[in-house]
Design a protein around this ligand. Structure first.
Ligand SMILES: [Zn+2]
Length: 307
């Protein structure tokens, strides 16, 4: 089916390449690939690990800078004089859990498990935020009613990860990019579920009467804030994200473009989220408010197509 004229689509947009960069700069100079290790091998690796992680957590870091950083770290480990380090622990570089059930319900279930585990965590970490838990329940309700699925009917644009579709009076459901399974297979359901949480947050806000069809940015800010809270549960220090970016999105180990775009997308959410700059995030991702309420006159052929 095509998107009906009175259906709105709150899409999770990937940033367009044409957009200006977010105006943040990575200020430290990029080391040459063969940068000398001056502080002793182990110390140098820790320093380079931290620098690479910093660079990876900044979405404005260029590909060339990342490669320079990665080379400074991994090239250093591979040099003969560093061989004595042996099986060096890359401090903080946790790998994501890449298990996937290859299904939408796998996304929903995995994120639910993660949230539930955080609830019963006995360490000092705060429990998951109520708005995150509410979002998950909303997504779970849609999924169990068969209203969360892959976009096998090509409703979404290519640069769209997922969307929450709704009418003036009803939820239609959540759709994921039809290639979303490749994100799940590369990164695992736990990481991939960030988008499920985002769309579920729209469903939550819709049910609470807090979705305004004109105020797209406000709705997105609410959803991204919830998605950020989920990301911090999955990856409290950004280490898994950094690991995935450097291991999957180098020229010689190239994951599909959608997977790397998704990782960049998560890095942006982390980058802006850490600063609480939700306005900056939605501006960077290209969201626009609507000048008119699309539901106010949803009879014309072009009314109500939303992005
Ligand atoms: Zn959204």
């Amino acid at each position: 089916m095509t998107v009906m004229t009175n259906v709105l689509c709150l899409a999770a947009l990937l940033a367009s390449a044409a957009l200006a960069d977010p105006g943040v700069e990575y200020t430290a100079p990029v080391p040459p690939p063969s940068a000398a290790i001056e502080t002793g091998p182990v110390g140098a690796i820790e320093v380079e690990t931290d620098k690479l992680q910093d660079a990876l957590s900044n979405p404005a870091t260029s590909r060339a800078e990342l490669h320079g950083r990665a080379e400074a770290l991994f090239g250093g480990i591979l040099r003969p004089e560093a061989a004595a380090i042996g099986g060096v622990e890359l401090r903080g570089w946790e790998k994501p859990d890449t298990s996937s059930e290859d299904s939408v319900s796998g996304l929903i279930d995995r994120s639910g498990n993660t949230i539930a585990a955080a609830k019963f965590n006995t360490n000092a970490a705060p429990p998951p935020a109520p708005d995150l838990v509410d979002a998950w329940h909303s997504g779970r309700a849609l999924a169990s009613d068969g209203m969360a699925k892959y976009d096998d009917e090509d409703q979404l644009g290519k640069g769209t990860l997922g969307a929450y579709l709704y009418t003036k009076t009803a939820a239609i459901g959540i759709v994921f990019n039809k290639h979303f399974k490749s994100i799940q297979r590369w990164l695992g359901d736990e990481f991939a579920a960030a988008t499920a949480i985002h769309e579920s947050a729209h469903a939550r806000d819709h049910a609470k009467g807090e979705l305004n069809a004109k105020e797209v940015k406000k709705g997105e800010k609410q959803a991204f804030e919830t998605e950020f809270k989920y990301l911090r549960l999955v990856d409290p220090k950004g280490q898994k994200l950094a690991w995935a970016r450097v291991n999957f999105c180098r020229p010689d180990t190239m994951a599909p473009k959608l997977v790397c775009d998704y990782l960049t997308h998560l890095a942006k959410i982390s980058w802006y989220g850490e600063k609480g700059d939700w306005d900056g995030l939605v501006a960077n991702l290209g969201y626009q408010d609507r000048a008119e309420d699309p539901f106010a006159h949803a009879h014309g052929p072009d009314d109500g197509h939303g992005h």
